[in-house]
Design a protein around this ligand. Structure first.
Ligand code: G3H
Length: 542
């Protein structure tokens, strides 16, 4: 039986934390990177608690202290922003004017340094956000692959622009150029990967950056500070360790930020965009809320649908923006579906993130268990029930997944993005009801359809592709492969991310043009031959 006591026993006892998991000593970060220098910090610091708890001698549980980091204020965020502005220097800085080959060389040096710190970073991901060690490794490796793939995409893009075009007696050369200063803020669930999905293309395109690590998943950037410092010119990457609500609106209100790259909530994004004094000057690249639904049709392969829905709903405890957050199952199969789903859920291993095969791990804090409980209670008060044994039991940060059925309009779980281990299920009779759920949603990221009737699936795909940005057939929702466009409608995103789309998101086309006269052709040839310009050139990057 799963209850609070049995969950408590899954936490290690105080003093018995496992060795070899990289947390020999807490990491007390006392420096930050601004203008190419690691500045020492002796001001206030914020203690970092792991989602992992230990049981104490008196029977209580307590989150493990894994370190601390600077808790800065506006003076430091101003300095970070000013350093990024100075390094950009109105587009005249060393970085925005560096050749693409030069930038790629710097980025390769960065990737090499990052690889050397793999173990420390993977361990910090695991301890800071409670992601399983296997998934923490995947997050690191996927990020390095993303860097390599982005470099390759940049080479392709630049090579395609290494030529002149002649149209109507006008010679032109078009290239993509940087936008200015980018404020990069990633989410806690993919603190490294999703931060870098904007940071890396922003840098490669010649922008300078202010990086604000997420609220959980902050220390893992510490091993990278020196690598940033050594790989890039001063001021190209600057870090801010401060409460977001204190410094971020202020940075935007300064008018000095050109691109807001945020993976977070639409509420925060809306607020921040409004702070900029000239909103038309601010480009936003946003990954926001989502409430992806799975529609399970009566002729679905039940085993496959259950397997994919389980993975889709509960991988990393449901803490993925792409997670399936509402299962809409045809009434004729809903009992069979629930029976199989709850049986398979019962097999998922709950435990500590370093355990092999673990699936459900602790949440960032007890407040997340409290939110899950509140959402379940709200549904129960309106006629739903938890249909799996032990569902909703919790001990501090460790929460046993709950399958809640039947969920209907008016319940929190119907519309709110639960972002955790609660799986709302509802039944439908007519497919139009399932479609209406997606159409009336404020979210528009992805959807999954499970079924085998080509006519019915085809007919569903057509309206759905105009509601969301990816329709998954017989598989869960997900972002990858990273070369595919990752986008969303309504409150789910602004702009498109992918290996190549992100390079476009952080740049703008600019061109040089002249009349096609003998003198101008001669002039252009001289510039190219003598390498007088980094923009006007016909070099090919291998
Ligand atoms: O949290 C949102 C992530 O971008 C999801 O990525 O589908 O690869 O887990 P994923």
């Amino acid at each position: 039986m799963t209850d609070s006591e049995s969950l408590k026993r899954l936490f290690p006892t105080e003093g018995a934390l496992p060795g070899g998991q990289g947390l020999a000593e807490p990491l007390h970060q006392r420096s930050y990177l601004i203008d190419g220098r690691l500045q020492p910090w002796d001001g206030p610091c914020k203690t970092v608690l792991s989602p992992v708890c230990t049981t104490q001698a008196d029977g209580s549980v307590r989150q493990v202290v894994i370190g601390s980091h600077p808790d800065m204020g506006t003076a430091q965020s101003d300095a970070a922003l000013d350093a990024a502005v100075a390094a950009y220097d109105s587009g005249r800085g060393a970085w925005p004017t560096m050749s693409v080959t030069g930038r790629i060389t710097c980025m390769r040096a960065f990737a090499k340094g990052m690889l050397l710190r793999r173990q420390a970073i993977v361990s910090l991901i695991m301890w800071e956000i409670g992601k399983s060690i296997a998934d923490s490794r995947k997050e690191f490796d996927r990020t390095l692959e993303y860097i390599e793939a982005t470099i390759d995409a940049l080479k392709d893009m630049d090579n395609a622009h290494s030529r002149f075009t002649v149209v109507e007696n006008t010679i032109g050369q078009v290239r993509r150029t940087p936008l200015g200063v980018v404020l990069c803020m990633g989410p806690y669930n993919y603190p490294l990967n999703e931060t870098f999905c904007t940071l890396i293309p922003a840098l490669l395109m010649g922008n300078t950056v202010v990086l604000k690590p997420p609220q959980y998943g902050t220390l893992l950037f510490e091993p990278l500070l020196k690598v940033f410092r050594d790989a890039f010119p001063p001021g190209v990457v600057n870090t801010v360790y401060a409460p977001g609500e204190l410094v971020v609106p202020r940075m935007l209100a300064s008018g000095k930020i050109n691109v807001l790259a945020l993976i977070g909530s639409s509420r925060v994004a809306d607020h921040l965009k409004k702070q900029h004094p000239k909103s038309h000057r601010l480009r936003a690249v946003l990954g926001l809320d989502a409430k992806n639904a799975a529609i399970v049709l009566p002729d679905a392969d039940l085993a496959l649908a259950v397997r994919e829905c389980l993975l889709g709903a509960l991988t990393f405890n449901g803490q993925r923006c792409t997670a399936l957050k509402m299962l809409i199952v045809h009434r004729s199969i809903v009992d069979a579906f629930l029976g199989r789903f709850t049986a398979e859920l019962a097999q998922l291993k709950i435990g500590m993130p370093w355990e092999s095969g673990v699936h459900i791990t602790p949440l960032p804090g007890p407040h997340r268990s409290a939110y899950m409980t509140q959402a379940i209670e709200d549904a129960k008060a309106q006629g739903a029930r938890v249909v799996n044994e032990g569902g909703g039991a919790f001990c501090s940060t460790l929460f046993h997944p709950a399958v809640v059925y039947p969920v209907r309009e008016g319940m929190k779980l119907y519309r709110e993005e639960q972002f955790g281990p609660v799986v709302p299920v509802m039944a439908f009779d007519e497919v139009q009801e399932a479609l209406d759920y997606v159409i009336t949603s404020d979210h528009g990221q992805q959807v999954s359809i499970f079924g085998s009737d080509a006519r019915q699936i085809g007919a569903l795909v057509d309206p759905l592709v105009n509601q969301v940005c990816r329709v998954n057939i017989n598989c869960q929702c997900q972002r990858g492969p990273d070369v595919f466009p990752f986008a969303g409608r309504k409150d789910s995103a602004e702009g498109t991310l992918s290996v190549s789309d992100a390079l476009r998101a952080f740049s703008i086309r600019s061109m040089v043009a002249t009349r096609q006269t003998e003198a101008n052709v001669q002039l252009l040839n001289d510039i190219v031959r003598e390498h007088h310009s980094k923009f006007i050139n016909m070099g090919f990057i291998l």
